[in-house]
Design a protein around this ligand. Structure first.
Ligand code: 4NP
Length: 160
């Protein structure tokens, strides 16, 4: 059984699809594609069915990442499907903790940026949706660092 990882933001069109695309490539480049599955979801259903925001997709494409997600809400059945659930900011972490099934979750529910050694503890991945182009680049920088740290932790916890 592969280890399953889900990134969660609000709309599932900017931050979590970016982390998803970065993690998919990092896992593949590490030869672990059969052992680690990656997905993303939102705590809202505002954008259900939509692909990643075109600004996120363009910035990611510029660094060689394909963002292939379709927005979907995180649902209580997801607690049984994933071993690592990573919230892109504290607000979404709070929302996840309030969802039915959260209390029985036995995997790792954590703030994504806590895997980035360069970020102070409890940092949010800033929501780029209403801002300028720089915000999308910053999200990608954060995702590259955080995904490296997350994969290291997964490897050490699972002896990979
Ligand atoms: P995301 O960004 O949570 O990173 O996907 C957002 C996308 C859409 C909205 C907010 C944040 N929105 O309010 O529609």
């Amino acid at each position: 059984m592969p280890i399953r990882v889900c990134f969660v933001c609000l709309g599932n069109i900017c931050r979590s699809p970016t982390a998803d695309g970065v993690m998919v490539r990092l896992v593949a480049d590490s030869g672990l594609a059969d052992q680690v599955d990656v997905d993303s979801a939102g705590t809202s259903a505002f954008h259900v069915g939509e692909p990643a925001d075109h600004r996120s997709a363009a910035v990611a494409r510029g660094r060689g990442y394909a963002l292939t997600s379709r927005s979907r809400p995180f649902v209580s059945a997801d607690w049984n499907r994933f071993e690592y659930v990573l919230a892109m900011d504290r607000s979404n972490l709070r929302n996840l903790r309030r969802l039915p099934g959260a209390h029985g979750f036995t995997g790792t529910l954590a703030l994504f940026r806590d895997f980035d050694p360069e970020s102070p503890a409890e940092s949010d991945t800033p929501d780029p949706y209403y801002g300028g182009a720089d915000g999308f680049d910053e999200v990608l920088d954060i995702c590259e660092r955080g995904c490296r740290g997350l994969l290291e932790q997964i490897r050490s916890e699972h002896g990979l």
